[in-house]
Write a protein that binds this ligand. Structure first.
Ligand code: EPZ
Length: 423
């Protein structure tokens, strides 16, 4: 497996173009299944997770290709209904094909996604929602077998505003008969992006981006061309990296309205953040001030930026407290950060971060996409040269990460694995 070799101490300076949002693009790709013909999605990032979703769609019979920066998905022959274990085990988000498959095929066979490095990650809310709409589920040798000869609109009240459950139910509801209401729906910008594309396809949706979404089912959605929103997590990651290295970066194309709380927290910590025509300029020239933050569903502080923020606060003046409310075990990377000289103690959902003056380089592992990004940020800020292994996690979420960091002045390069694949 490849590793990143990072020599810290170089402030990031310059501008970086923010790519299309991974967590939106994946759902937009699944939504293409709802229409027969060619859907074109511009701005899909070329990252491992989108490649995995491409393979899921191809397994279902779709043809997927690139037209410059746009991905074209032709569903004319997409008559399949199975998402196999080899793909779902690489990426849990593959489960979002369940809604479109139930809507279009009335059945689906999808490998059960297991847990991952941030928690057990159940899908009970997705299934309860589909059951309310008339679907039936059984399990067969690790596969979830779903049948829904007719999907009927229903009132579905989510116990927790799950992003994936909201999206999956939304995609089933647009093709169900009658009205579906999703209560306690997730409000993430990615939900609004999906709803916008579905409306362009002919769906009738009201309230996306609020806690109550009302959907009138309709027949015959048509393929469209759509542009994915900029990735707020990628933008936040570069912003935090700029602050951690005491540099200043223009996040080209980033949307400040998707990053309100993140920017406010960075400013609390001593950063400057200014919105310009081209994007958002963020920088920091001194050690951060301590601050406390709590992850919550949008518009709260995103859990997907919690590890990166911890890497920044590891060198803050004073003691910060981070509280993780979305995932059960998203502090596993803390041991790696402590190996770089951080002083962080966790107690259940809380982490107490005693700021140290400087981090020191060390060989560390990326444990998931965002923990991997946090390791890179810590290494960029540390004394000496760090080796970060399991870079495949970083590659799942960030396109050309090291090249874009290098263009901002970082000293970082990729070393291929010493061992042949499969050894
Ligand atoms: C999405 O995951 C994102 N992934 C995650 O990004 C992100 O961290 C998360 O939303 C929260 O913002 C994609 O969009 C592909 P959830 P998702 O359903 O949809 C529990 C990244 O690094 N839950 O909102 O899986 C669940 O266990 C990734 O880019 C249930 O209990 O998140 C978790 O604790 C990682 N039952 C919480 O809800 C369910 O049926 C939030 O999960 C569903 C969820």
């Amino acid at each position: 497996m490849d590793r990143l070799v990072v020599t810290g101490g170089h402030p990031l300076r310059g501008s970086v173009r923010i790519n299309g949002a991974k967590n939106s693009a994946l759902k937009l790709m699944a939504a293409a299944l709802l229409a027969e013909g060619e859907t074109v999605i511009d701005g899909v990032p070329r990252i491992a997770d989108c490649l995995t979703m491409t393979h899921v769609l191809e397994h279902l019979g779709a043809r997927v290709g690139w037209r410059g920066s746009a991905m074209a998905i032709d569903t004319t022959d997409a008559t399949g209904y199975e998402a196999p274990y080899e793909l779902v085990s690489q990426m849990r988000a593959s489960i979002v094909v369940l809604g479109p498959l139930l809507a279009r095929r009335g059945r689906a066979r999808v490998a059960m996604p297991g847990g991952c490095n941030i928690g057990s990650r159940k899908i009970d809310l997705h299934l309860k929602g589909f059951e309310r709409m008339g679907a039936e589920f059984s399990s067969d040798h690790g596969y979830l077998v779903a049948k829904a000869p007719a999907l009927i609109g229903a009132v579905i009240s989510l116990d927790f505003p799950s992003v994936g459950a909201t999206e999956n139910i939304l995609m089933a509801a647009v093709a169900a008969s009658g009205t579906t209401v999703i209560e306690n729906a997730a409000r993430e910008p990615e939900i609004q992006d999906l709803a916008n594309m579905l409306v362009e396809m002919g769906a009738k949706i009201e309230g996306a981006g609020t806690t109550t979404i009302e959907i009138q089912g309709s027949d015959g959605l048509r393929p469209v061309e759509h542009r994915v929103i900029p990735d707020r997590v990628e933008a936040g990651t570069f912003a935090i990296a700029a602050c951690a290295t005491r540099g200043e970066v223009l996040l080209e194309g980033a949307r400040a309205d998707h990053l309100d709380l993140v920017l406010a927290k960075l400013v609390d910590a001593g950063a400057t953040a200014a919105t310009e025509d081209a994007g958002i300029r963020v920088g920091m020239d001194d050690r951060p001030r301590q601050l406390d933050f709590v992850t919550l569903p949008y518009p709260g502080f995103p859990t997907d930026l919690q590890p990166q923020m911890m890497a920044l606060l590891a060198t803050a003046r004073g003691t910060s407290i981070a509280t993780e409310n979305v995932f059960e075990s998203r502090f596993m990377f803390v041991d790696e950060l402590n190996r770089m000289g951080a002083d962080i103690r966790t107690e259940g959902h809380h982490a107490v971060i005693r700021g140290v003056e400087r981090l020191s380089s060390a060989p560390v592992r990326a444990l998931d996409i965002r923990a991997g990004a946090a390791m890179v940020i810590a290494a960029l800020a540390a004394d000496g040269t760090s080796d970060i292994t399991d870079v495949r996690y970083v590659d799942r979420g960030y396109e050309g990460f090291e090249a874009r960091l290098a263009a901002l002045g970082a000293e970082v390069h990729r070393e291929p694995s010493l061992w042949p694949a499969g050894s």
